[in-house]
Design a protein around this ligand. Structure first.
Ligand code: ADP
Length: 601
């Protein structure tokens, strides 16, 4: 059993180690997975918005502007196409067109496209667009200086004015047949379409929808805190999915947002070219422009690659690491909890098996002890009987002695059988039935008298029993057994001292009986165990004092059944004192019949 328990304990430890490592590996895997998924979702989030921008950029190009073509008509067609194809058409709030004044010079003349009439209406520069003017002047100068090489303008051009934010779309012209250069080549722009973005709409509708779609599906507890800040000034928050702010320095994901990317542009143009039809020529130009943007990006520096905003995502737990750590702690707690439960069950099993084994051992010892106890009186009775039958004993005085011997041994046998039966009854949990008022003083006097009769005066029995003892509500036979057992033990274990004291007194609603001897005493280590059934003290066994180990356990059970306690004090070699305390209700609370009887010892 101990070997098995040890093996199980080792197994538990091994399991715990394996479990610990395994939970660690699972956590590492989860962390990687969560990070990868976060990156993917961030990319998709940004792509969805960026592609819309690319679509707007491609759609609102007024290219080609030939002298004959009306820009307003081109913009009207673009607007139609935009509202038809875009997922969030309202992200474009207003469309403007800027071109050089009639006398030439930099693009200065601004007109606003009126969606209702489909016409361009001349307008003053609104404050929001004001700072585009120096930029246009600079770009016009560049074009003049470089003599109209086809892609120069777009190389340096920033398609997104992120501070507004607005799309700034250059208008590229084809050279007409009449112009000097070969017909059909591209002439750089001196005109632009400006598509103003609706930040309120982006903030109030588009970003919440994207955040919900990519990070926190509706109906679930939000797992991530999604924040959008201005790229140049991260302290300026454009949008956040919850009230709690995110520290821009410590985020799980950082993704540029609101930018015109060449790859998105390419994809959008490809889509549009698929159903191009009659406007194919214009598409080709757009495509070329896209290539130009790509070249611009490849060139490394131009601001075409910068984003207006930045998407910041953090796990609700503080960070992905913190979330994984928390999950790991939880998993470890659960699995170690299970192991602990398992271990405790094993320990309990071992303990109870051990107890059952000890009980079985003691029962075997008990059977042996009882048989041994029975053997002596039986042998005496048998040989006395034989002698009588054979007529060996003829003398009447001898016959009388034999008769007394047989009677005594017979009583001893009956006592033993009674004890065993009483123990079996108590063991089966039978209650001490038939209660009546018992006079303890009288009971003790009976016990002392019986003991004196058996010991035949070889023993000093000193009594100090109060005269006025209240009656105890209880079972007389059972209580008699208690005191008889205690006095018998005192006799058995009194050794050479031959002195026994019996005391009884009542106070404070309690009746206290003490039985004292000056005999061998009990080792301190055994004091707790002597009340266990079948337990026999080492001294008792060594001195070959007969007994079954049942007496004190019976005493304790009976006393407890009466609501009392039994305790022992002992000094090895000097004797022991057993004290029984029984509840003795004041006379008035005992029922009428018992009130009448206040016995005298
Ligand atoms: P038994 O006396 O038959 O062995 P008990 O249950 O009455 O069984 O007592 C249990 C043990 O307690 C005894 O074996 C003995 O070692 C110890 N014991 C009981 N009473 C005394 C006593 N008065 N003095 C010394 N030892 C005692």
């Amino acid at each position: 059993m101990t070997l098995l328990a040890a093996a199980l304990a080792v197994l538990l430890v091994v399991l715990a180690v394996v479990q610990y490592r395994w939970v660690g590996q699972v956590s590492d895997g989860e962390r990687e997975q969560l990070r990868a998924s976060l990156q993917r979702r961030g990319r998709e989030f940004a792509m969805e918005l960026n592609r819309e921008l690319a679509r707007a950029f491609a759609t609102f190009q007024t290219t080609p502007i030939s002298e004959e073509q009306d820009v307003a008509a081109r913009l009207a067609a673009a607007w139609l196409e935009w509202t038809r194809d875009a997922r969030y058409p309202r992200i474009i709030r207003d469309v403007y067109f800027v071109e050089p004044a009639d006398g030439g010079g930099p693009p200065e003349r601004l007109s606003r496209f009126n969606r209702g009439t489909g016409l361009l209406e001349a307008t003053e520069w609104p404050a929001a667009l004001e700072h585009l003017r120096p930029r246009f002047a600079r770009e016009a100068e560049d074009v003049q200086r470089q003599g109209g090489s086809s892609f120069t303008i777009v190389r340096r051009h920033a398609p997104l004015a992120e501070e507004i934010p607005a799309l700034v779309i250059p208008a590229i012209r084809f050279r007409s047949r009449e112009e000097a250069a070969p017909p059909g080549t591209i002439r750089p722009a001196l005109a632009y379409t400006i598509a103003l973005l609706d930040v309120d709409y982006l903030r109030g509708d588009v970003l919440p929808a994207l955040s919900e779609h990519h990070f926190n599906p509706a109906g679930t507890t939000p797992e991530f805190l999604v924040t959008v800040v201005q790229a140049r000034m991260p302290s300026k928050v454009v949008f956040q999915s919850t009230a709690s702010t995110v520290d821009p320095e410590r985020v799980d994901l950082r993704q540029p947002l609101l930018e015109i990317r060449a790859d998105d542009m390419g994809r959008v143009l490809l889509e549009q070219t698929r159903h191009a039809g009659p406007r194919e020529k214009s598409r080709t130009t757009q495509l070329r422009f896209a290539v130009a943007v790509q070249q611009g990006e490849a060139a490394g520096g131009p601001p075409s690659a910068t984003s207006a905003w930045q998407l910041l995502v953090t796990h609700r737990a503080g960070s992905v690491d913190a979330a994984i750590r928390a999950a790991r702690t939880r998993n470890l707690t659960i699995s170690f909890g299970i192991l602990l439960l398992f271990g405790t069950s094993i320990a309990l099993l071992v303990v109870s098996t051990e107890r059952a084994r000890r009980l079985a051992d003691r029962q075997m010892e008990f059977v042996a002890a009882v048989s041994h106890e029975l053997r002596t009186p039986l042998a005496v009775i048998r040989s006395a009987g034989e002698n009588l039958a054979d007529g060996v004993v003829a003398d009447p005085s001898q016959v009388e002695r034999y008769g007394r011997l047989i009677e005594e041994q017979g009583r001893s046998l009956s006592d033993m059988v009674e004890q065993v039966l009483a123990f079996a009854g108590a063991e089966n949990g039978q209650r001490i039935a038939a209660r009546q008022p018992v006079n303890i003083g009288e009971l003790l006097a009976d016990v002392i008298e019986a003991t004196e009769r058996i010991t035949g005066g070889s023993l000093t029995l000193e009594r100090s029993i109060d005269h006025e003892l209240p009656p105890i509500e209880g079972n007389r036979d059972a209580l008699r057994r208690v005191f008889q057992n205690l006095v018998d033990n005192a006799v058995k274990y009194s050794g050479d001292s031959s002195w026994i004291g019996v005391g009884a007194s009542a106070s404070g609603g309690e009746l206290r009986v003490t039985i004292t001897d000056r005999g061998m005493g009990i080792e301190a280590s055994e004091l707790r165990r002597i009340f266990e059934p079948f337990y026999r003290g080492r001294g008792a066994s060594a001195a070959q004092i007969h007994g079954s180990g049942l007496g004190l356990s019976l005493v304790e059970r009976i006393v407890q059944a009466h609501g009392g306690t039994v305790s022992v004090k002992s000094a090895p070699g000097h004797g022991s004192t057993f004290t029984v305390v029984l509840p003795a209700p004041p006379a008035s609370s005992v029922n009428e019949t018992s009130v009448a009887q206040t016995f005298r010892a």
